[in-house]
Design a protein around this ligand. Structure first.
Ligand code: ZN
Length: 65
């Protein structure tokens, strides 16, 4: 399960989107940005956002706590 925190993108927002794949997270992030922030995700922005998507800690092999 992948995760993206909206605040990591630069918004002052507690929103977090999850997805089984990075593509899925990107789609949900784009929907969230449009709905919550009235922001259209451009291809350039999507690339930057994709770099911020990470595996949820509890799903990372060997993660502690
Ligand atoms: Zn947000």
């Amino acid at each position: 399960m992948y995760e993206l925190r909206c605040r990591d993108v630069g918004f002052d927002c507690p929103g977090v989107v999850h997805g089984l794949t990075k593509d899925d997270v990107l789609k949900q992030a784009a929907a969230h940005a449009a709905e919550a922030h009235n922001t259209q995700v451009t291809p350039v922005m999507a690339e930057q956002v994709a770099a911020l998507i990470h595996l949820r800690a509890e799903d990372t092999p060997g993660a502690q706590g």
